[in-house]
Design a protein around this ligand. Sequence first.
Ligand SMILES: Nc1ncnc2c1ncn2[C@@H]1O[C@H](COP(=O)(O)OP(=O)(O)OP(=O)(O)O)[C@@H](O)[C@H]1O
Length: 966
Amino acid sequence: MATALPRPSRPSNGPPNMALPALPVAKSRKSTGNIPSTPARSVSSTPRSGLRAPSASLAPPSPSLPPVGSYPKSPTGVNAAGKTIRKTVSINSFPQPPRGDTRAGSVPPSPLSGEKAPRPARKAKSSRESLQSHFGTNTPSLLNGSGEGKSVSSVRMSDGLISVSSPPQSRSSSAQDSYSTSATTYDDPADGTTQQGDSSGGLSVAEKRSSKADGKGNVVVSVRVRPDANSDHGSPDGEWMVDGRRSLIAYRGKEGGDHYYDNVFTTHDNNARVYDHIAKRLVRRVMEGYHGTVFAYGMTGTGKTFSMQGTASSPGVIPLAITDIFSYIRETPSREFLLRVSYLEIYNERIHDLLSMPTGSGVGGGVQQDEIKLREDSKRGVYATPLKEEIVQSPTQLLRVIARGDQARRTASTQFNARSSRSHAVVQIVVESRERTPGSSAGDKRSGIVPGGVRVSTLSLIDLAGSEKAAESKERRQEGAHINKSLLTLGTVIAKLSEWKDKEGKNTDKEGKHLPYRDSKLTRLLQGALSGNSLVSILCTIQIGAAGSVAAANSHTGETLSTLKFASRAKNSIVSHAKRAEEALGAGGDGGARVLLERYRMEILELRQQLDSQAKKKQGDEEEVDKTKVEEVEKAREQEAAERHEEQMLEMQLARTALKERIDHLNRLILSSKSVGVNSNGSVSSLGQYPRYSQASLAGSIRSSVGTSIGGRSLLERTSSMTSASSTIGQRSNGGGNRRLSGEAEPAEPDEDGMGEFGDGTASLATQNRALQADLVDKNRYIATLEKRLLQARRTSSSRTSVGFSAPSKGIMVGEDHSVAAALKEKDAEIAELRARLDDKDRMLSALRSAARSRDTAEATSSDLRPPRSPLGPTQHKKDAGGAPGAVPSDGKQPQNVEDMDKMLEEMIQDRIETGHIIRGSRGSVRLPPGQAINALAEPPRNLEPLRQTPTPSMDAWDPEAGKKA
Ligand SMILES: Nc1ncnc2c1ncn2[C@@H]1O[C@H](COP(=O)(O)OP(=O)(O)OP(=O)(O)O)[C@@H](O)[C@H]1O
């Protein structure tokens, strides 16, 4: 665990780097007071306030120290009766530990370092046993738990060293209701040999005895001497003597004297040792329910912050206390704890919350904060509000919180300290603890109140600003004035404390009416501790031997002496009646409300009850919910199924529609095939729908019909039938088409021209194919028939003697733009007319021939006579050269006549085209002009007149019979 506190910029003059201390296990810790002390006398009477606890001093287990019994008696040592004899020894006469290793010499190993004391444990044990025999066990006193007399012993060794033994239970973490310092030195008050203190307030033996009677064991005052880098040319060493073993500081100069304290730490003592002696026990008591206050007091630059915070390599009181707090929690499974921490500073008589400040705000940070005021409460005492408190759950977390506060603390450079704290800084750790009662929450009959309730105690760790005589800058002077004023008030309060004590040493001015607590924020905040409600440990820091000049040395010495006086007064005046905090039951009142642990517990209970009721409700609701869920699931399923069904239906519908369309398409094909082919009764249908079919077939049929002899009855019948049928079928076909468009299936009609058996559009493709093929076969057969007939007609035509003609090579094509029916009608009418005219012409020709023959006969008699010119042109001569009329000439002249006829016919057609009666198509076909009634063709066209205008005999005069006769 990192216990380093962030003061990186500070030059460290501390001991060389060492491993961080391991978490202390107090229970396993052995007393280091291994030199058995002889209890000279038991304290017979115990004051109500409790006896001063015997020191738990970690006596220096210097290997150089002789065993107890073998210590030579010295005039300055302890006499046989154990009485101490005052002796002032120069500091130079003390055995000096090797520099850099404080434990190897006279300084005992740090209890946190895990090093073992070189002294035999057995003796220590016997010492503890002998001491234990003197301590009762049932005292209500806070000192040792016995309440009865406690013996405190100290032995001044013949060599002037004082070996102090402490009661072993004072180091035991299991010691209940007791608080004893680890380094308090006591002389045996029974021997009557009082050690006269110096004139400056050092503790005399009588005072120490008095201290015990006053229960001052709850107050520990220690002095730490800071090593001085300039000691070589400083004040004369001879003036000062620091005796750590005797907890003595002696000054031989002006106003000199001996000063005894509970602990005196030399320049070689490290932070761990300091913590171990001044705070370790106090911290444990705080964990047990007492309020505890540790503060460092001293001139600027003397090592207050160094002692309280320490460095990364040498953690100070605060990090080590944190370590111990969590160690204690680990070692005490029977209780549960909750820790809250706050951090404030008093700067220029104003309180600032260091945990609410942004870090690095620096001096005067300019950050506006709610003014923090001090209030007093019967349960809480004096407290600052509003103040941020953070709940912490691990040492690291706690250290981080404090480090954050340190960052925000105001520091500045002073004459004696490059990074001087310009404010008093107070870390408060509130410890809430409660007996663990497994399973109590569920079955607690007292509405959730656990037997024993919650105990709340506070550990205050205070790093005071350093007193300063003079400062150069105005700001420093102002700060210094505030600092000095508050420190002065502190001194005054402490000085006055002794005046308001009753005979038993109790403070009679509990409410502080006559004490100037309110004169400064510092004393107000410390009121609870100073008035005896708290265990107190004061660490005064001094620096001796420094000073370049005599004046500086004097000034320095004056400050040091002042600090020592303060320490002595504090030791003498502060009386602590610290009691273990009462356990708060419930959460009533302000004090109760503060008990977070209880509040949390109540909250937890409430939440559990809520959970229970919810669970019950949930159980009841669950079935309903299940039902609803099942219903919902079923509904959802049904809906899903319905949706799926709908989708399927839709898909089917689509498929069906697609199928229908396909069928319709195929049906259309079938119908079209039928329409162009011949159905069962030989009718042609729907020619218009597929023009190519209709054109082809019509062309064929018309050619054949034209090419057929005039008397081709069957063809004519066929054509007329075709015409009438085509119109009928066309209608039906269209009707069928319309019906198909509607998309509805229709029942099959018996009509052969209808949709047949597949009229409903549901016939299979194969069937449709078959029908189509059948139609095709029909059609082919019909075409073959037509061709056959055409051939027959040609043969007939060629065999006839009369002039025959064939259709123009181009044939008469059906108009592309007209309906088939109209075209057919037109063609039929045209053909009929042409035939009729042909017949007329035939007859006319016959008449002409017979007339010619008779003429020839008449002219035969006269050979000079030439035959008259035929209106038919020169070819007529050739024709005439043929044989008898009506007979087919065998000499091949008949074809020439036919050609002539063709020509005539062509001329006639041309004539008609010119007169607008017919129109010639692009491919040589002829058709009626649009809008002209086909019946009009029935009339003999007038444009045939040119033919009639030919010089031919009158038809009226023509008589075939007569001709024959002629
Ligand atoms: N016992 C010691 N061992 C080594 N160095 C020390 C010791 N005491 C103090 N120092 C060093 O002396 C310097 C001043 O110490 P520190 O800041 O703790 O003094 P301070 O009393 O807190 O001063 P101020 O009141 O001005 O804040 C620091 O650099 C610190 O490391």
